[in-house]
Design a protein around this ligand. Structure first.
Ligand SMILES: [Zn+2]
Length: 339
């Protein structure tokens, strides 16, 4: 049994799980998802893409837990007001991959789960896969390690936008990778009409910057990026201006909350694992990054609060590692400066 599974089992046997459920009940749980893996063959991207079956199993488990699932905005307001229902959960989905519309939304609808989509929008107006993620996939699928990743991405991104898809196709052919990933729009983001449809069907579309910027490295662009992102979403969905934000790839800067507040943003989430207490900073709300490498026991431990104590134990002991920081780092490397 892996060490982490053994710890979770021990927590259950010693009554820590029951204690955690009770003591963490006033705190808000926020789940973080990305897209689903639709292309035949082994899933790629670790934290980014779980299978539709895995996502459905998670929603079924959440439903069976009996824990209240609230829209993010309501959950944040009630957390601050001190009247959050016990052990409440909010669901967030990052980026706006095409599979959010085609496969995640029907599952959420089936379980009547509210969710927030943090949409990055530069790619939404273009029939083009996210270049760096597509290149990573092509290199991984071909098992080629002799091709310089960064230079390949730079060379494609230097082309006129209308030529980039052909360049990706040429790369895929040269590497012997078939185009099933393109047929499934695996690395496309939602088109404006799809953003409108998800909003109409109850998914709350919120902010993730227009170009998925690195907030830590390019803080000076943050306000403009939020405005461009917000205007794109409003044009696509017709919804009121978005006011909730997610730091792209979890990149954070101590001055970012002031910039966001001045831009009319009321909350912001990170990819650091944790629960959120009533006094938590609304511009640094913690989440649990769920993905294919997360066990069902790990997911349950976040929901019931056990993971909160195990993380504290890890920090105390030093060296005892849990999965979330690695997953967050992987997410950063996947999408950072993608656009
Ligand atoms: Zn993102």
């Amino acid at each position: 049994m892996p060490p982490k599974q053994a710890l979770l089992k021990l927590a259950s046997l010693t009554g820590l799980s029951a204690l955690a459920r009770e003591t963490t009940a006033p705190q808000l749980r926020i789940l973080c998802y990305h897209g689903l893996w639709l292309t035949p063959g082994a899933p790629f991207g670790n934290c980014l893409f779980m299978t539709p079956g895995q996502f459905e199993a998670r929603m079924d488990r959440l439903h069976r837990s009996g824990q209240p699932v609230l829209p993010l905005g309501e959950a944040i307001e009630r957390l601050a007001a001190g009247n959050l229902p016990r052990a409440s959960v909010a669901i967030t989905i990052d980026d706006g991959w095409a599979s959010t519309h085609s496969h995640m939304l029907p599952i959420l609808e089936r379980y009547r789960m509210p969710a927030t989509l943090y949409a990055t929008t530069w790619y939404s107006g273009r029939d083009l896969p996210v270049i760096n993620v597509a290149v990573d996939y092509l290199l991984a699928a071909s098992c080629r390690t002799d091709i310089p990743r960064a230079a390949t991405i730079r060379s494609i991104e230097a082309l006129p936008v209308e030529d980039r898809l052909d360049a990706l196709r040429s790369l895929g052919r040269a590497l012997g990778v078939d185009e099933a990933w393109l047929d499934h729009r695996q690395f496309h983001l939602l088109r404006p009409d799809e953003l409108a449809d998800v909003q109409r069907r109850g998914l709350d579309v919120q902010l993730h910057t227009h170009r998925h910027i690195d907030v830590a490295a390019t803080l000076g662009r943050l306000a403009e990026e939020v405005e461009e992102n917000r205007a794109f979403i409003a044009r696509a969905t017709g919804a009121p201006p978005a006011t909730h934000f997610c730091y792209p790839s979890g990149t954070w800067h101590p001055a970012a909350p002031a910039v966001l507040a001045a831009s009319g943003v009321r909350s912001a989430t990170v990819v650091t694992e944790g629960l959120n207490a009533p006094a938590s900073d609304p511009y640094a709300l913690r989440r649990f990054v769920d993905g294919p490498s997360v066990s069902q026991d790990g997911f349950d431990a976040y929901l019931d609060g056990t993971l909160h104590y195990l993380s504290a134990l890890r920090d105390f002991a030093g060296g005892l590692r849990v999965e979330a920081p690695r997953r967050a780092a992987a997410a950063s490397s996947m999408l950072l400066c993608a656009i």
